[in-house]
Ligand binder design. Structure first.
Ligand SMILES: [Zn+2]
Length: 334
């Protein structure tokens, strides 16, 4: 499934909070009950004492069987009395037990060393949250992608209208997300800023995460700076960020080409993409640059390799953010 170690650690912390919370809630419930019924508190203490006595009897030798039977009977009678008290207050029978969020694994996340479904769900949610935190926008989905911003008039004779083209792109992305698996193709989202590349790549990310895959979404400048810092940190022999981006099930690199280019970043970009291609792991790259601009920025060896391996998805139209701003301004003026 391939989540980063940070995601695992965060999920473990969430589980721990659940366990602490269930203990605190039990304490609260006991206090409420004992305030109303001092007898209940007495019974609980006696039951605790009888189990100690039972343990002593086992080690004591003497007539173990009779003694244990007597203790058992006493315990049962006390338990029944306690249940009656709970019932008289209208409390459920398990009132004095811990209420776990997941009864199967008792909020430990594992059953006999195997990961419980609740842990899998938690990992998915955590990956989803971290994705959300990294992006300035709230997580986009396909439903919120509006085709209203794309003109139905073809830009040139014999060409598709932006609306028709983008309708096709939307359909393609939906299909890609729905059928995503380890062998899915890698994609190159290309087009001017503000045409929905980030929105649709996040929509794909969301659906692929929901399917249980480990998805990492990064902006090219942010991840390259991180990798560069880790590489030049003498205390570290390897770069965890680089490992995460090369090993996740789906990597989405947003805004390739907006990073500051140096020999280091060019080779880092090449290494990430190349490693993922060799190990057949799908990657989605989005860029505002044209092919010629990409070739100028990186070297043609990288660009030709990238282009050869990726399916190009072309975004067309007029900057949506500008259109939205214009609409808002005209509303304000009215
Ligand atoms: Zn569980």
């Amino acid at each position: 499934m391939g989540y980063s170690s940070e995601i695992y650690e965060e999920a473990e912390r969430k589980l721990e909070r659940r366990r602490i919370l269930s203990e605190q809630e039990l304490d609260k419930r006991r206090n409420i009950l004992f305030l109303r019924s001092p007898r209940a508190e007495k019974i609980e203490q006696t039951i605790a004492k009888t189990s100690v006595a039972a343990a002593k009897a086992v080690f004591g030798g003497a007539d173990i069987k009779t003694e244990l039977e007597a203790l058992k009977r006493k315990n049962l009678a006390l338990q029944n009395e306690l249940n009656e008290i709970l019932k008289s207050f209208g409390f459920p029978e398990n009132y004095l037990e811990r209420w776990y969020k997941c009864d199967k694994c008792k909020d430990t996340g594992y059953i006999d060393g195997k990961m419980c479904d609740c842990m899998k769900r938690l990992l998915r949610e955590t990956a989803y949250d971290s994705l959300n935190r990294m992006t300035p926008l709230s997580l986009s989905d396909f439903e919120s992608f509006s085709l209203d911003y794309y003109s139905k008039t073809p830009v040139a004779e014999g060409k598709l209208s932006p609306y028709t083209q983008m309708n096709g792109v939307l359909g393609y992305c939906k299909k890609y997300a729905a059928s995503f698996n380890e062998e899915s193709r890698s994609l190159l989202f290309q087009g001017a800023p503000g045409l929905g590349k980030t929105h649709l790549s996040l929509a794909i990310a969301k659906e692929v995460i929901d399917k249980g895959y480990g998805v990492v979404y990064v902006s090219a400048p942010a991840i390259l700076t991180k990798i560069e810092n880790e590489h030049f940190d003498i205390k570290k022999t390897e770069s965890p960020a680089e490992q995460i981006v090369t090993e996740c099930d789906l990597l989405i690199i947003d805004d390739l080409g907006t990073e500051f280019t140096s020999r280091f970043t060019v080779s880092a970009v090449y290494n990430i993409i190349n490693t993922r291609m060799i190990t057949s792991r799908p990657t989605i790259i989005s860029t505002n640059l044209t092919l010629t601009e990409l070739q100028e920025k990186y070297n043609s060896r990288i660009v030709s390799r990238i282009i050869g391996m990726l399916d190009r998805v072309e975004f067309v139209g007029v900057d949506i953010r500008q259109q939205k701003r214009r609409r808002q301004n005209s509303i304000k003026r009215k």
